[in-house]
Write a new protein. Structure first.
Length: 527
């Protein structure tokens, strides 16, 4: 199997969708597949064909056998189906994989082509590069006390298609959000935003979400693709909150796959939430091109607060993972302090990153414009009745020192991203942010965190910051518009303060987006 535009080799899809909606299992657990249109109508189309050609006498000599087999290591990675009765040709039965290590092939005599259908069962990840082998041997009988001996063997190698995570720069298809008792106005604003973008809004109602609003933490959307077919696949996080039934009941179906990840031995932590996943746009680093980007995973590094996060099924060659540190933020999650958006003027992208220095500078500017007594919200998202002036912010030495520490953490991540993603200072835009330190010495956003936005093509849904008013206009919103709108981006500020911010999240945490796949084919990569 070889990579690249001139490469060659067979590709398998993981058969993780569900062709029959009323069944409770994915197709990869089926033992029989039918070719009729009423049962499993397209399951065979999710599989790859394998042809065994034979040419020989009308029948094999006594004691000879043709055996199809796989290794024990591949038994949970690949499955093979063969027609049960070639005369009728209606039903294919499972003959290899899932603890079935070999199958004696019925020899039909003369020249023949035997058609098998092959499915993938496991995605490539850090412990499995994705290659599986299926062998066929002609066995010769020697005597009763000696096992059958192979006198001819042939092998075919398949590569299982990786799960590919889609970055913000790809066009949106559907936006998912939960309906809660307290987010009616938020839903209305999100609906207005989505209507601008040619995609659909899908609402997860309370009988499914059961009071869980953090849909970004529960699932991550991606896709799988082979030359003959592709379809979206939702990745279910180990978090298993009250939304745990949503991906199976609402998403899994015909040509919509599902896969779950669980830590092997350790308890689930906040790092296992998929709000802690991000993927960069395509990048080139030191001459090395990553046409599908790189997956970013937040961790508690450099502090040994908890174990490393559970990795998604990441293919090291398709979207090599990069671990960064979110230890300083209360959520530990990368999207809390970075986001990527499309620079639509030149079809490039920008990394949007928070920075407290920008906020301090804006407050100083507001102060010099004789607005030192302007009121800004305080408490979690301004939910407290208490208000504070710009003057008090600038004179609060403890708050300033805390933000200097958080800024150093941000700068440390900035250096990692510049090195690992090949970014320059011109590729990074700092958005205003201000933090306060909680009892665990972690950062809580002083006002809604504008980096934690939703990106829908050139339309950005940004948490409304409720900053100081200068001439009846929020100076934070004005500054963000001045940074992003010249790039061809459209800023819509969404009020999420009561429905999300006060619970330590923002619009990105409360929404999820399924996007179109890359035009680039992953098998054309040159690792």
């Amino acid at each position: 199997w070889t990579w690249g535009p001139e490469g060659q080799g067979a590709i398998l899809l993981v058969n993780c969708d569900r062709e029959v909606p009323w069944l409770s299992k994915e197709d990869c657990k089926d033992n029989k597949v039918y070719t009729s249109s009423c049962v499993h109508p397209s399951d065979l189309k999710d599989m790859s064909q394998m042809i065994l050609r034979t040419k020989g006498p009308d029948r094999l000599p006594a004691g000879y056998e043709i055996v199809l087999y796989i290794s024990m290591a591949d038994s949970d990675r690949v499955g093979v189906f063969y027609v049960e009765n070639p005369f009728f040709g209606q039903r294919y039965i499972h003959i290899l994989g899932r603890q079935k290590l070999y199958h004696v092939v019925k020899y039909t005599g003369g020249s023949a082509e035997l058609l098998f259908f092959v499915e993938g069962l496991r995605f490539p990840d850090e412990g499995f590069p994705g290659l599986v082998s299926i062998h066929v041997s002609l066995l010769e009988y020697m005597s009763e006390d000696i096992p059958l001996t192979p006198i001819f063997t042939d092998t075919v190698v398949f590569r299982i298609a990786p799960w590919i995570m889609t970055p913000n720069i790809l066009p949106p298809v559907s936006v998912y959000v939960c309906c809660m008792k307290d987010n009616y106005l938020f839903l209305k604003e999100v609906k207005n935003l989505v209507e601008k973008t040619n995609c659909e809004l899908k609402v997860c109602f309370q009988y499914i979400n059961r009071g869980d609003r953090w849909i970004q933490d529960e699932i991550e959307f991606g896709y799988i693709e082979a030359p003959h077919k592709g379809f979206p696949v939702v990745l279910d996080s180990p978090r298993d909150g009250n939304l745990k039934e949503f991906p199976v009941k609402q998403l899994l179906g015909p040509d919509f796959g599902y896969v779950a990840r669980e830590p092997l031995f350790e308890p689930v932590t906040s790092l296992d939430s998929f709000g802690n996943l991000e993927v960069s746009p395509p990048v080139t680093v030191n001459g090395k091109t990553y046409p599908l980007g790189r997956i970013l995973i937040g961790s508690s590094f450099p502090l040994p607060r908890c174990r490393p996060p559970t990795h998604p099924p990441v293919n090291e060659k398709a979207e090599p993972p990069l671990v960064s540190g979110g230890h300083w933020h209360v959520s530990d999650h990368l999207p809390a302090f970075l986001s990527f958006s499309l620079h639509s003027v030149a079809l490039q992208y920008r990394l949007l990153r928070m920075g407290h220095e920008v906020s301090i500078a804006l407050y100083i500017r507001a102060h010099t414009w004789y607005h030192g007594n302007a009121l800004i919200p305080t408490g979690l998202g301004g939910m407290s009745s208490k208000r504070i002036t710009i003057n008090k912010i600038l004179s609060n030495e403890s708050l300033v020192q805390e933000n200097q520490y958080f800024q150093r953490c941000l700068d440390w991540n900035r250096d990692i991203l510049k090195k690992e993603l090949g970014l320059t200072e011109q590729d990074i835009i700092d958005l205003p942010a201000l933090f306060k330190m909680d009892e665990d010495r972690q950062a809580i956003a002083y006002f809604p965190n504008m980096v934690n936005m939703i990106v829908l093509d050139k339309d950005l849904g940004i948490p409304k910051p409720f900053g100081p008013q200068i001439e009846e206009v929020c100076c934070l919103e004005t500054h963000v518009r001045s940074l992003l709108e010249p790039l061809g981006l459209c800023c819509t500020f969404v009020d999420d303060i009561s429905a999300y911010h006060k619970f330590l999240g923002e619009i990105h945490c409360g929404t999820n987006v399924r996007r179109k796949p890359f035009a680039f084919k992953w098998w054309h990569m040159v690792p």
